[in-house]
Design a protein around this ligand. Sequence first.
Ligand SMILES: O=P(O)(O)OC[C@H]1O[C@](O)(CO)[C@@H](O)[C@@H]1O
Length: 245
Amino acid sequence: MKVRVFSSEQEATAACAAHIATEVRAKPELVLGLPSGRSPLNVYRELVALHAQGALDLSRAMSFNLDEFLGLPPDDASSFRAYMDRHLFQHVNLLPERIHFLDGSAPEAESECARYDSAVEKAGGLDVAMLGIGPNGHIAFNEPGDALVATCHRALLSRETRQGLAAFFGNDATRVPLAALTMGMAALMQARQVLLLAFGASKAAAVTAMLHGPVSPQCPASFLQLHRDVVLWLDSAAASGLEQR
Ligand SMILES: O=P(O)(O)OC[C@H]1O[C@](O)(CO)[C@@H](O)[C@@H]1O
């Protein structure tokens, strides 16, 4: 894994957005995997700014978001779909028909997951998957456990993960849904490039475990050690555990 440490989150996210814009210029039909949560917010802000300056044309690109809360329809203000509309899609020229999302309100989770896996496959897989990481090492909503799931699936969210998402639910963790639909490990591991964002001291232990711990389902992000093209975009606080080694 390539580790890029910046003195601030702002610098890291600007560099990551510039990298994405370069990838889109090299391949305008780029298939992007996109995360939600706090970490990518500044990347989205920078992408919107690049688009406004005429430096980013997403008209031929395609996106697949990584996950969605179970039970939330796309128009629920707390859904990841609404988050993406607010922070990125309303401000750039990705075509609506090229934006892909899991529908958390689909009547059957299993067929919704199968539909999504086939859509990713039909697109030829992800070219660039941007990921966040949970303090417990989760990527997308692949939570730590005895085993990981390769395919898109319904995942129960850990108490820690729900706590971390409380800010998106009026700071009330009890309002965070108990489960989500998520891309599985295979689609993430098959992405041609992975860009992982981690900022702040609360991510330091997970970053160290991802890079230097055993490859284990107890830290899903550790599987990225087996991927040939991963770039970590860290601020110095998230990288602090690496310096102490
Ligand atoms: O960026 P945050 O809010 O710390 O969240 C970490 C990760 O956990 C999630 O909330 C679950 O996928 C992601 O959206 C994010 O990548």
